[in-house]
Design a protein around this ligand. Structure first.
Ligand code: AHM
Ligand code: MG
Length: 336
């Protein structure tokens, strides 16, 4: 009959942000408020995903329920939640979403100084099977004097102010990093409705014999990519080949790679010469997280992912990211 031991010294994401803000004397609090709006959208999306099978949110948009109401697909709901959170924060001048063809300009937020790119539900083809999906986000600051234009978001990942993702799995995990800073992981405690700092200063293992790629595409790969993955399947120094792990949800594959190490790839190939994953809201935010955790991320030409400047908001790139030494190995293969 022992009384429950309660940890009263928990660091919530809110507290974390407040403490970060005090480190920057010049900070106005705008960034903190923008992040509060972000975490609200993650909590809401997590909530709707948890309830999905109960309230029939799964399946295609456009289907009707018994009362004839339009049922919305989860990725439509998540996109709308995200847009509304950014609009109402007052701190977001423009938003790029995977679900929107064009940039959304929030003209009413005339004092806003930030531009956000997001994929509200990445990996949504996994939703109906209850497999982990996630939201990916990147935050840029507007140029001095700008009130928001396309150039404010068509920037290389190296200029991101902050980036990260939330994975909606057995629990919801948020990974957050600021430019040049550490990577911190938070777990959503649904009881108190707060993201709690559970993974401070995340560091990706230097190497690990795990590869994560859609091998079904190997017939489209060029020889270098084929040979590289083939080499991983041969016994290594310890006599064992690499293990394959591929969920098909970038956020889930990336989260595992961040924790366990290894390599995640979606190479450019003959079918998708520019790759499949989008630079602004898939590749660049992940690249910043991986670099800040001690790993690396490059495109199919072995160019640093964070240096790639997209011309259009939905531009794609091939990607290889993961443990430092695993990416070094890919680069060496590319040269040979
Ligand atoms: P989506 O943004 O349409 O959900 O597509 C992105 C997803 C990533 O999460 C995942 O890494 C990749 O597509 C999987 O693609 P594939 O099914 O071709 O392996
Ligand atoms: Mg996506």
């Amino acid at each position: 009959n022992e009384t429950e031991k309660v940890n009263t010294k928990i660091i919530t994401f809110t507290r974390f942000l407040t403490e970060e803000q005090t480190k920057h004397k010049e900070a106005s609090g705008d960034f903190t408020l923008l992040c509060h709006a972000l975490q609200f959208s993650f909590k809401s999306i997590a909530y709707y995903i948890r309830r999905a099978s109960l309230v029939n949110l799964m399946g295609l948009a456009g289907s009707s329920n018994t009362t004839g109401d339009e049922q919305k697909k989860l990725d439509v709901i998540s996109n709308e939640l995200f847009i509304e959170a950014m609009r109402s924060s007052g701190k977001c001048a423009l938003l790029v979403s995977e679900e929107e063809e064009n940039i959304i300009f929030f003209k009413e937020n005339s004092q806003a100084r930030y531009a956000v790119a997001c994929d509200p539900i990445d990996g949504s083809s996994n939703l109906d099977a209850g497999v982990s999906v996630g939201t990916i986000f990147g935050i840029h600051k507007l140029a001095e004097g700008s009130t928001g234009k396309a150039e404010d978001i068509l920037k290389p990942g190296s200029e991101l102010v902050a980036a990260g993702f939330t994975m909606y799995g057995a629990s919801s995990q948020m990974v957050f990093s600021q430019r040049g800073g550490t990577v911190n992981g938070f777990t959503l405690d649904t009881g108190i409705g707060e993201f709690i700092l559970t993974h401070p200063n995340m560091r990706i293992p230097r190497s690990r014999a795990i590869y994560s790629v859609n091998e079904g595409n190997s017939c489209y790969w060029d020889d270098r990519v084929k040979n590289y993955f083939e080499s991983l399947k041969q016994p290594q120094e310890n006599g064992k080949p690499y293990s394959a792990r591929y969920i098909g949800s970038m956020v889930a594959d990336a989260y595992r790679t961040l924790l366990y190490g290894g390599i995640f790839a979606y190479p450019a190939d003959k079918k998708s010469p520019k790759g499949k994953l989008r630079i602004l809201y898939e590749c660049a935010p992940m690249a910043m997280v991986f670099e800040n955790a001690g790993g690396q991320a490059v495109d199919s030409n072995m160019k640093r992912m964070l240096d790639i400047v997209p011309e259009n908001i939905h531009d794609k790139a091939g990607i290889f990211m993961g443990s430092y030494d695993e990416v070094e190995k890919v680069k060496a293969f590319h040269k040979s």
